[in-house]
Design a protein. Structure first.
Length: 179
């Protein structure tokens, strides 16, 4: 039951030419007829054609990064004219944000336009998350496999009874018992 969503934006220059942009997304149609998009790194996006709503759910746990991604999504869709901007609000599920989209007056299928616009948003976000992943991989690489100048051989640093400035058992000091 794989349905292709076709979007035509604008008027074709010639009558026989149809603009059909292609985009790959991890999109599933739910039993209730909603479309769930799972391509974003921080949020899952659900488009509800019956209610004409877009919902953004956090993938794992709510954080500032997730809220920022939700904010960018609804700001993007609002700037593109796809959403009713004053309908953006918190959803009834913890951590969700939702908004409604208007009915198309130019004969376009508004659900297809919304899904296409969400796909464009995800495409714009991919370089940011690719850079973020590359930075994290570089950090893990530097810790797990340090360079020659950032590492020491076993036995190169001599053993001592106490190292550093923080005592191992601070409660033994008498001044820690004073109120």
């Amino acid at each position: 039951m794989n349905e292709d969503i076709k979007v035509q934006i604008g008027e074709p220059e010639e009558k026989n030419v149809v603009y059909n942009p292609k985009m790959k997304m991890a999109l599933r149609k739910t039993l209730s007829g909603d479309y769930a998009i799972f391509d974003h790194a921080d949020i899952d996006i659900v488009v509800q054609p019956e209610k004409k709503q877009v919902l953004a759910f956090p993938k794992n746990e709510m954080s500032d990064d997730v809220y920022a991604a939700q904010d960018r999504l609804f700001d993007f869709l609002g700037r593109k004219g796809v959403l009713v901007r004053d309908s953006v609000q918190a959803g009834n599920v913890y951590g969700t944000i939702q908004a409604t989209y208007p009915e198309a007056t130019n004969g376009a299928n508004e659900t297809e336009v919304v899904i296409y616009s969400i796909g464009r948003f995800i495409e714009e976000e991919k370089p940011y998350y690719a850079h973020d992943d590359a930075l994290e991989d570089a950090m893990v690489q530097s810790v797990t496999e340090p360079s020659e100048e950032d590492s020491t051989e076993l036995g190169e640093v001599p053993q001592e009874a106490e190292k550093g400035t923080v005592p191992k058992y601070p409660a033994i000091k008498s001044y820690y018992r004073v109120y």
